[in-house]
Design a protein around this ligand. Structure first.
Ligand SMILES: *[C@@H]1O[C@H](CO)[C@@H](O)[C@H](O)[C@H]1NC(C)=O
Ligand SMILES: *[C@@H]1O[C@H](CO)[C@@H](O)[C@H](O)[C@H]1NC(C)=O
Ligand SMILES: *[C@@H]1O[C@H](CO)[C@@H](O)[C@H](O)[C@H]1NC(C)=O
Ligand SMILES: *[C@@H]1O[C@H](CO)[C@@H](O)[C@H](O)[C@H]1NC(C)=O
Ligand SMILES: *[C@@H]1O[C@H](CO)[C@@H](O)[C@H](O)[C@H]1NC(C)=O
Ligand SMILES: *[C@@H]1O[C@H](CO)[C@@H](O)[C@H](O)[C@H]1NC(C)=O
Ligand SMILES: *[C@@H]1O[C@H](CO)[C@@H](O)[C@H](O)[C@H]1NC(C)=O
Ligand SMILES: *[C@@H]1O[C@H](CO)[C@@H](O)[C@H](O)[C@H]1NC(C)=O
Ligand SMILES: *[C@@H]1O[C@H](CO)[C@@H](O)[C@H](O)[C@H]1NC(C)=O
Ligand SMILES: *[C@@H]1O[C@H](CO)[C@@H](O)[C@H](O)[C@H]1NC(C)=O
Ligand SMILES: *[C@@H]1O[C@H](CO)[C@@H](O)[C@H](O)[C@H]1NC(C)=O
Ligand SMILES: *[C@@H]1O[C@H](CO)[C@@H](O)[C@H](O)[C@H]1NC(C)=O
Length: 817
């Protein structure tokens, strides 16, 4: 969901974000009829255009394996009164973060929507899984599935039909964006695979996934509009507009969502910001055009919390469910009005809203409900959520909710064991000199840094960048509430006891950074190993202010490493950090442990002591300097024109490694990089076509979820041999990168990830690994024909262990047909 729950709780001005100037008028014929968009620079807007109108909103058809649910949904809608129809598309204050009320006469229990992407958040006795960035860093499809499935089991057991995740927007255009860690990677291919696996897994467990935030939700700053404090219906400053050209939209930002739709995602959440000047939840090009027409999306679009700024206009543009709907006043002097609810009945009765559109909204909402069997034996909503819910506490409820069933159900099962492994698998070993790791039964261990031990404030509400305490997740609606937290220090002490070691620890970063560390340790000798635990916080509703480690982390490393010649640095972080000391000779190992979830300390010691051979790889690039990153968030707009917040995606396809490769820049650790305790080799690359004839244009087939099915046909198979050439068993991640022929349009990246596998190999073992390249993988988006086209000429294929450690290369030519 929404930041909104947080910012609303914390600040009245953020709550105003949900009160819009847009009225309910509009007949849905053109975007500009609803938004008086005044471009501030017509030269730029000519280049990008504004958002073109795409109407009418397409009906769902039940295609793509949804026909059973679709037929039942149609029969359900036929029984509804108009008031019930309005209820079906309008959220209400209630026990969950989003609620659709029950219709007892039809045996419909209502819908419970819960955050979020790494845990069922508003819950007790539930697990906190590894964050999206950790799952992305595993490059392991099995873990992505296992994590999604286990998480969804907890949603189901708690009686939540809808899981508000996974996240592919933000994709991670900017290194600083506050929510990147909720998603998997800034590479659309890697993110897309993770979206696909997570969604299939969640829905296999009987829970509806909600892919969010569609689309171009790439920064937090000014994601919502500001309103006049005098008249709360008057916008003073509109939300940031992500201005994106059509090709970039398709090849970067839409790509992982196409995988989500292909996986059968039940719902999509539209975003707070504007796209080409038009709000995400009333942008007909984005919702009707790209999502429902082009990608063939059969589910429903729900608004982010408070992102609805119009009634009929949003509905005609493709919005199907308004969340959280209206909220009554609570603790503040005003509520959030609903543009839906009673306005739907009014608009239907006076003929400004067609009944068939309302029916389509509900069919889209109820199709997954029936298709996933949620009408049969679905657990009731755990009543405890109502008491934990600070977003819509009981006093705000205006409707009846019957809460039955066991209170405070423990839904954690054996998930702690999985989380321990997932956390380790999402940790990336960046440096390991002199075989510093795994540790060899050290007897004298010193632990430094404020990320090592227990949070002193609270382990439960992970909502701020507290100074003392380990970080196992970021903040906002995408976090979880810990029922226990294994800290690094606890786990290290427990494990070190097996070797009768001493463990001394120093948690005050300021003190460490400003002290002569040799005078702090006892005995006054260099410890066998100095483990430095550092962190980087990120949260919803805020972009990161720095890529450096928090709390003077760099100075802590310098201080410790000046004295300790075996300094092992571990970061718990939202993602990209500058690591200026990475070449320090006394920094022998660096482990980027991301946000591992509740088993953090156990995940860590498994790697430190060699029980888990690291196999994570970076899902982003660590540049030499912070100033090397492009595509910064738009900040500090000093003028106060209503439409002054514009973010031009001028870098187009050149983000992260695509940019660094194009600019031929050195980086510290490139996209895809990650070490193991063993070594691997790759050889014998072979490419073979899987079709007799490969046309440039895909065969025009009826659209299915995911778009034209021909885009998903495998057209080439590339195989390599991968060998474990080291001393221990381990898992390699061979990565396939494609370079399109020179006939592809200008701006095509030099190489792009188009395949990867996680391959477990015993010492000395070799396996053949195949990568099936689909039509989409070899195509670019042609803005003229509005098709994915395979360019003519010679394709370069590289397979390596990172985006710059390319071990084998092959090429093949596709001639025009
Ligand atoms: C509008 O944008 C163009 C292209 O970026 C720039 O050259 C021009 O100076 C801008 N005009 C104004 C009034 O800001
Ligand atoms: C944004 O503007 C570009 C350039 O006019 C256009 O090609 C693209 O379709 C627009 N996208 C959306 C979602 O409005
Ligand atoms: C949707 O279906 C209804 C019939 O239920 C039809 O009247 C309407 O024209 C259809 N809308 C579109 C966009 O095809
Ligand atoms: C209709 O929407 C407006 C906001 O435009 C809101 O103030 C009003 O309360 C809504 N009316 C009903 C009946 O829900
Ligand atoms: C129909 O009802 C809506 C919602 O109350 C209102 O905004 C709109 O002006 C009405 N249209 C007509 C033609 O009366
Ligand atoms: C709540 O339970 C009562 C008594 O069984 C029933 O009459 C009512 O319809 C229920 N309401 C809802 C919203 O389920
Ligand atoms: C940490 O060390 C600094 C520098 O010595 C000191 O000012 C600060 O009070 C210490 N913090 C705590 C919580 O002890
Ligand atoms: C740190 O303390 C040790 C032991 O007292 C001393 O030998 C060393 O010179 C000191 N280093 C610095 C930089 O002051
Ligand atoms: C590395 O550590 C040793 C002590 O083990 C120290 O003498 C040396 O100065 C350190 N090197 C650097 C570059 O700080
Ligand atoms: C650190 O220094 C000690 C002696 O000062 C030496 O025995 C040890 O091998 C060094 N360790 C590393 C990792 O260089
Ligand atoms: C907008 O900025 C101008 C110039 O800085 C200032 O005079 C004006 O008062 C501002 N208006 C608002 C509504 O803040
Ligand atoms: C691609 O190659 C792999 C490895 O040889 C093989 O297992 C797979 O079946 C091949 N795929 C197709 C479609 O031939």
């Amino acid at each position: 969901m929404a930041a909104s729950f947080l910012s609303y709780a914390l600040s009245g001005s953020a709550l105003l974000a949900a009160v819009s100037a847009q009225n309910f008028a509009g007949n849905g014929q053109s975007e500009s009829a609803f938004e008086n968009i005044q471009p501030i620079n017509t030269t730029i807007l000519t280049e990008y255009g504004s958002s073109p109108p795409v109407y009418p909103s397409p009906n769902a058809t039940g295609t793509g394996g949804w026909s059973m649910g679709f037929e039942k949904a149609k029969a359900f809608v036929a029984q509804l009164t108009l008031e019930e129809k309005a209820d079906m598309v309008t959220g209400q204050a209630g026990p969950c973060v989003g609620n659709i009320v029950a219709i007892p006469r039809l045996g419909f229990p209502g819908l419970c929507l819960q955050d979020g992407p790494l845990a069922i958040r508003v819950a007790d006795y539930a697990s906190v899984f590894s964050a999206g960035v950790s799952a992305g860093a595993t490059w392991d499809k099995d873990i992505m599935y296992e994590r999604g499935h286990a998480m969804a089991e907890e949603f189901r057991a708690k009686g939540a039909q809808i899981m508000l995740g996974p996240v592919a927007g933000p994709l991670g255009r900017s290194a600083y964006a506050g929510r990147n860690w909720e998603g998997f990677s800034n590479d659309p291919y890697l993110s897309g695979v993770a979206m696909f696996e997570t969604i299939i897994a969640a829905q296999d467990a009987g829970v509806q996934a909600c892919a969010k935030h569609w689309i171009a939700n790439e920064q937090e700053i000014q994601r919502n509009p500001d309103y006049s404090t005098v008249d709360t219906t008057e916008t003073t400053v509109a939300a940031i507009s992500s201005n994106i050209d059509d090709r970039t939209m398709h090849e970067l930002y839409m790509w992982p969502f196409a995988d989500a739709v292909k996986a059968g995602a039940s719902s999509m959440m539209c975003n707070y910001n504007r796209i080409n000047g038009s709000y995400g939840c009333q942008n007909s090009k984005a919702l009707n055009g790209l999502l429902k027409n082009e990608l063939g999306f059969q589910g429903y679009v729900m608004s982010d919390w408070g992102a609805t700024h119009a009634g009929v206009a949003s509905i005609e543009a493709g919005l199907d469910m308004n969340m959280p709907g209206g909220l009554g006043p609570y603790g503040l002097n005003f509520g959030i009005p609903s543009y839906f609810g009673g306005n739907i009945t009014l608009a239907a009765n006076n003929g400004s809203l067609d009944m068939s559109r309302i029916d389509d909204m509900i069919i889209r909402i109820m199709t997954p409900y029936y298709q996933l069997g949620q009408d049969q034996n679905f657990p009731s909503t755990d009543p405890s959520t109502a008491d934990l819910n600070t977003f819509s506490p009981r006093r705000t409820w205006t409707r009846e909710f019957n809460l039955t069933g066991e209170v405070s159900r423990d839904v954690r099962d054996n998930h702690g064991e999985l989380i321990r492994r997932h956390g380790a698998a999402g940790s990336v070993l960046l440096k390991n000199e002199n075989n510093a790791l795994p540790l060899k039964a050290p007897r004298n261990i010193a632990v430094f840094g404020n990320d090592a031990a227990n949070p002193t404030k609270s382990s439960v509400l992970n909502q701020q960048n507290y100074e003392y305490g380990t970080l196992a997740a970021g903040g906002g609606s995408g976090t979880g509430q810990f029922t226990y937290l294994i800290t690094p220090l606890d786990a290290i002490q427990e494990r070190a006891a097996e070797d009768s070691a001493i463990v001394q620890f120093f948690l005050n970063n300021t003190l460490i950074a400003n002290s002569n560390v040799s005078t702090m340790v006892i005995p006054r000798a260099v410890p066998d190993v100095c483990i430095v635990m550092l962190k980087s916080w990120a949260e919803e509703a805020e972009d990161r202010a720095t890529l450096a480690l928090d709390w003077d982390g760099d100075a802590v490393v310098d201080s410790v490493a000046s004295f300790c010649n075996n300094t092992v640095v571990v970061t718990h972080s939202a993602g990209i950090n500058t690591l200026p000391w990475s070449d320090h000779p006394n920094v022998t190992a660096i482990l980027a442990a991301h946000y591992p979830g509740e088993q953090s300390g156990h995940s860590l010691i498994d790697i430190l002591y060699g029980d888990f051979n690291p196999s994570g790889h970076l899902p982003y690039t660590i540049a030499m300097n912070a100033s090397d990153y492009n595509a910064l968030p738009t900040t500090g707009i000093q003028t106060n024109g209503t439409y002054d917040w514009q973010s031009w995606f001028d870098e187009k396809l050149e983000i992260d490694y695509r940019y660094f490769d194009m600019a031929n820049m050195s980086v510290r650790y490139e996209f895809g990089f990650g070490l193991s305790y063993t070594t691997f080799s790759i050889s014998d690359i072979q490419s073979s076509p899987l079709a007799d004839e490969i046309t440039s244009m895909p065969e025009a087939q009826p659209v299915q979820p995911g778009g034209n099915p021909a885009l998903w046909d495998s057209v080439y198979n590339v195989t390599v041999s991968v060998s474990n050439t080291g001393d221990v068993a381990g898992a390699a991640v061979p990565q396939l990168y494609v370079g399109l022929p020179s006939s592809a349009p200008a701006g095509t990246p030099i190489r792009q990830l188009r395949g990867f596998e996680k391959v477990h190999l015993e010492q000395g073992e070799t396996q053949t690994v195949g990568f099936e390249l689909r039509r989409r993988d070899l195509s670019y988006w042609d803005v003229v024909s509005q098709e994915w086209l395979i360019p003519e000429g010679e394709f370069q294929i590289w397979v390596g262990l990172s985006s710059r450690d390319l071990r084998v290369q092959d090429s093949f030519t596709i001639v025009g047909q």
